[in-house]
Design a binder for this molecule. Structure first.
Ligand SMILES: C[S@@+](CC[C@H](N)C(=O)[O-])C[C@H]1O[C@@H](n2cnc3c(N)ncnc32)[C@H](O)[C@@H]1O
Length: 422
């Protein structure tokens, strides 16, 4: 409460604005009732300040809805009253006295102990705001603040934040997923986040997600061109993959965590880019070898026939892909040695993308052109434009496995910039 008091103080509200906040809190932000009561309160002209008042009122509502769970004065008060009543009853029964002022010194001391709490102005500073992930507020409370974690959670809790969690310990698993303790609200870790026009569904208790990386995601994606071939070795639930595919890139994506791989697929579908995303659930090393492996059947083909071989996407569900699997082969008829953006419109095939005709002369619109260029038609062992490696601390271990890919990168910049995030 004292944190909120300070926040309200720092807004330097005018009297009319204070009255407006009063109304907002009283009527839980119900617009109709707020407008109906003319208590001289008017919303601030400044839109930001007005939004701040709404947010304070929401948090106060959240706070109040949790109030009964706070260690309360009421409980102590009841104990005091109970003790007094019992004492009085005892003495009246014994016929010794009927005035509380005659309570023995020992009982009085005990009562004083019960009542002895000081209310002193006290403020806690987290040093950061919480991190919002959909309806979840993520806190990193440690050290001396841990004693106040429940109160902090209750201050943060508001009707929009349905779950307040605190990270427990440090991350030690290879999937980079922290352990969380639910401090307030409902125990529901499945949520949705929106970033740069894309929707990401995720289970925050099962997969890696970091909302603070948004700028880095945007920065890297701004380097990609429509038609680029991207390989994301540690893709999580797809913060690079989905926007890159939305931009028209073909993305090969991989994550060792089966839940991340599962949500990646869900997100590709939600954002309608599943035709441009080829998802795997393997060790990164196996994944990169898989992309770099020239299919055996290519050896037995003649030069003209080679251009009709493609690599098939491995489905995710139900199979353990930690071991590299043999690459199935089949045929298609586009010049896969070219990047999609380098292939002329005439070289793109039919609308549904099932087969690409090199020699076809059908002109297609740009969208159709992109749509028909499926990941399964690309010879990754010959060319990849960008490799994304977001695995702090250990991504460099995988560089040797990626050597062949790196040799094929468009520019050295691509590698350096992508590694910079680590
Ligand atoms: C730091 S997260 C980055 C995820 C995503 N790029 C993002 O920005 O949200 C690293 C990811 O690498 C995955 N991972 C860890 N070790 C791996 C390995 N050996 N092979 C493949 N993926 C791995 C983890 O499951 C995790 O999702």
């Amino acid at each position: 409460m004292s944190v909120m008091k300070e926040q309200i103080k720092s807004l330097h509200l005018k009297e009319t604005e204070e009255l407006y906040l009063y109304k907002l809190c009283l009527y839980c932000g119900n617009e109709k009732r707020v407008n109906a009561w003319n208590n001289s309160g008017v919303p601030p002209v400044d839109e930001i300040k007005s939004a701040q008042l709404h947010s304070i009122s929401r948090r106060l509502q959240g706070f109040c809805s949790m109030l009964s769970r706070l260690p309360s004065f009421r409980r102590r008060f009841h104990e005091v009253v109970k003790a007094l009543v019992q004492e009085e009853k005892k003495r009246v029964d014994a016929g010794t006295a009927d005035y509380l002022s005659e309570i023995p010194a020992q009982t009085l001391c005990a009562l004083k102990d019960l009542c002895s709490f000081d209310v002193v102005p006290y403020s806690l500073s987290l040093g950061y705001s919480y991190w919002g992930v959909g309806h979840i507020a993520h806190l990193n409370i440690t050290g001396e603040l841990l004693s106040y974690k429940d109160v902090i959670a209750k201050v943060i809790y508001d009707p929009k934040i349905k779950t307040v969690v605190n990270k427990v310990g440090s991350i030690s698993n290879e999937f980079r997923v922290p352990k969380f303790e639910v401090l307030a609200g409902i125990d529901d870790m499945v949520t949705e986040v929106k970033q740069y026009g894309a929707t990401f569904k995720l289970d925050y208790g099962l997969v890696y997600w970091n909302s603070r990386l948004e700028h880095e995601h945007i920065r890297l994606i701004s380097l990609f061109q429509d038609g680029d071939i991207i390989c994301d070795m540690f893709s999580g639930i797809g913060p690079f993959v989905i926007p890159a595919a939305q931009k028209g890139c073909i993305v090969y994506t991989n994550d060792l965590n089966p839940d991340s791989a599962r949500y990646l697929k869900i997100n590709a579908e939600i954002n309608k880019v599943d035709d441009r995303v080829c998802a795997y659930n393997m060790y990164a090393r196996a994944f990169i070898c898989h992309l770099m492996q020239v299919p055996d059947c290519l050896e037995t083909f003649s030069e003209s026939e080679r251009s009709t071989v493609y690599m098939k996407e491995i489905p995710i569900n139900g199979i353990d892909y930690r071991e590299a699997t043999e690459i199935p082969c089949t045929t298609f008829s586009a010049s896969a040695t070219k990047r999609p953006s380098e292939i002329s419109e005439e070289e793109y095939g039919n609308e549904d993308g099932a087969e690409l005709e090199v020699t076809g002369r059908i002109k297609r619109s740009r969208n159709k052109r992109i749509r028909c260029f499926k990941p399964s038609n690309i010879r990754t062992w010959e060319h990849v434009d960008h490799v994304v490696m977001n695995l702090p601390a250990s991504a460099l271990q995988f560089l040797d496995a990626s050597q062949e890919v790196l040799e094929g990168l468009t520019t050295l910049d691509s590698l350096l910039l992508l590694l910079a995030i680590n």
